[in-house]
Design a protein around this ligand. Structure first.
Ligand code: C2E
Ligand code: CA
Ligand code: CA
Length: 512
């Protein structure tokens, strides 16, 4: 679970970090763009105000002369020729002295009452045509020259096509935005960002671009986001694979044990002379939900290395006793039920107690419960092992030494242990063929086993020759594909019900 969450968390973190970086970059460049836009608006506004400044000079010349037809004509021409100016008005003693409009008309409601500052934003209510206006104002020798500029020209100057940024012009405490009327704000009002003009007393104000905007992110970096998503997903997948590389077998085996996916198969053990069923060896199989049955060779070593062999064998023991109890009435007298135990499990302090409970769980008290101990790995025969196996032997268990002849530990310990069966490894039986000298190794292994006066089980019997050879040597117990392969419980029931008699050559009777 933890190993699935880590890659997921890494993918989410990678994606969020990527989004954060892209978003910061988009925000930063929007901020830079908006500042550049504001400077551009200042440039546009200065062009308009330069026109007003130029027109003021014309008005000054006139103020020193007469406002006759000629003078009015010159004011009108100046206003008409400068593209952004609306009217030019000269006040003397707070009254309109001369105007660019015919008949000395004026568009301001009460021009004399307006403050005398050099730049003014006048709201719509103070104009005759109901439109806000910007006034550029100059005092000259008792005259007041007022030049008005239409709101539409000012808004055009501020109309910079930048996504989501709206500029406004601020003159004193008055602000004119892209829509609506002039607004008066208090001292506390401050725009996020502002660019102050140097030549004229106004600033271009605007709000900083939002710190996060999903729309901008998708519009500006949709492709990059998609790529980022792919990269994060791929990284999570690779990390998941890497994290699970070493531990997957252990984790999935643990899960399999607790889901009862490790099931017992049963390989019948027969009496080679009589052809009767004498017992079974329990062989673990992993009933994998996808992979079918998996051989123990691939998971028993993992189980042994990780300690999972203990719960694995315990699960098998429980299933085996349930199976045998279910068919208790069909089992022949003294039927062998052998289970393979790993040395590490036998060394566990609770092993004897586990086995005694296992024995108690069978309905049939006469069953021959066999503990198979492998010799394949060097067996560490210490006092504890000897005592454990001997205690179990005293309590009615049979002890079988598995894979006899393949181990390296010598046979001296056989004198300390109460061994009931020796299982001759199939690698020796498998060599036996029609050639006379093919039995040489097996001859000596059997000779050794016989000298120890311990019953023998031959494993891996596959051919008629091998069976005949074993019968000639009075080996009563045999196990191998010649008779039966390991089978699931349901097939074992069918085998038991059909009471098979294996075709064998009867020369002499077995004594086991
Ligand atoms: P093993 O205890 O020597 O079991 C006998 C193996 O020989 C089984 O392999 C069986 O299928 C195979 N076999 C039987 N007859 C023949 C034959 O005629 N020809 C051939 N070629 N093979 C034959 P399997 O089931 O693959 O088990 C392999 C080993 O895994 C077992 O060898 C045993 O050491 C171990 N094992 C299996 N189940 C368990 C278990 O529950 N616990 C432990 N600790 N080890 C187990
Ligand atoms: Ca075995
Ligand atoms: Ca064996």
């Amino acid at each position: 679970m933890r190993k699935a969450l880590i890659p997921l968390a890494v993918a989410v973190a990678m994606f969020l970090l990527g989004v954060f970086i892209i978003n910061t970059q988009i925000w930063y460049s929007a901020r830079v763009d908006s500042l550049a836009g504001a400077r551009y608006a200042v440039k546009n506004m200065n062009i308009i105000l330069e026109e007003a400044r130029h027109a003021t000079r014309t008005a000054i010349l006139l103020a020193d002369n007469e406002c006759d037809v000629e003078g009015q004509y010159r004011l009108g021409t100046e206003a008409a020729l400068q593209p952004h100016l609306r009217t030019i008005v000269i006040l003397k003693k707070d009254a309109v002295w001369c105007s660019s409009l015919p008949g000395n008309r004026i568009l301001l409601v009460n021009s004399a009452a307006l403050p005398k500052s050099s730049l003014l934003l006048v709201p719509a209510r103070s104009t005759v045509n109901g439109r806000p206006v910007l006034i550029y104002q100059t005092e000259y020798a008792g005259s007041r020259i007022m030049i008005s500029m239409s709101d539409s020209h000012i808004r055009d100057a501020m109309d910079i096509p930048l996504n989501g940024i709206l500029y406004s012009i601020k003159v004193g405490k008055n602000i004119l935005g892209m829509t609506g009327d002039v607004e008066t704000v208090n001292d506390a009002h401050r725009a996020d960002l502002s660019v102050q003009a140097t030549d004229f007393p106004y600033s271009i104000d605007f709000d900083s671009p939002p710190l996060f905007s999903l729309k901008k992110l998708i519009d500006g970096a949709g492709g990059v986001l998609l790529f980022l998503m792919l990269i994060s997903g791929l990284s999570a997948y690779l990390l998941h694979k890497y994290l699970n590389k070493n531990t997957l077998p252990e984790e999935s085996l643990r899960r399999a044990i607790f889901r009862n996916e490790i099931v017992p198969f049963y390989q019948p053990i027969v009496n080679g002379k009589e052809g009767t069923l004498r017992g079974v060896e329990v062989l673990a199989r992993w009933k994998h939900p996808q992979g079918g049955y998996i051989s123990p060779a691939s998971f028993i070593p993992v189980a042994e290395k990780t300690g999972l062999i203990v719960p694995l064998t315990q699960s098998l023991m429980a299933q085996v006793s349930a199976h045998m109890n279910a068919i208790a009435s069909k089992l022949p007298e003294g039927f062998h039920v052998g289970i393979n135990f790993s040395a590490s499990h036998i060394a566990a302090p609770s092993f004897v107690e586990e086995c005694l409970k296992y024995k108690d769980s069978f309905i049939r008290p006469d069953l021959n419960l066999v503990i198979e101990v492998t010799e394949r790995e060097p067996l560490d025969v210490d006092e504890h092992l000897v005592q454990t196996l001997n205690t179990l032997h005293e309590n009615g268990f049979a002890i079988a030494l598995d894979d006899f002849g393949t181990g390296y530990s010598g046979i001296s310990y056989l004198y300390d242990l109460n061994i009931d069966y020796i299982k001759i490894d199939r690698s020796f039986v498998g060599r036996v063929n029609a050639h006379e000298d093919s039995t040489r190794i097996l001859d000596s292994v059997l000779d050794l086993a016989r000298k120890l006066k311990i019953s023998i089980v031959a494993e891996g019997v596959e051919t008629q020759e091998q069976l005949e050879y074993l019968n000639r040597n009075n080996i009563a117990f045999m196990q191998g594909f010649y008779f039966f392969k390991p089978v699931p419980f349901t097939e074992l029931i069918m085998i038991l019900l059909s009471k098979p008699r294996v075709k064998v050559e009867v020369e002499s009777s077995a004594s086991l």
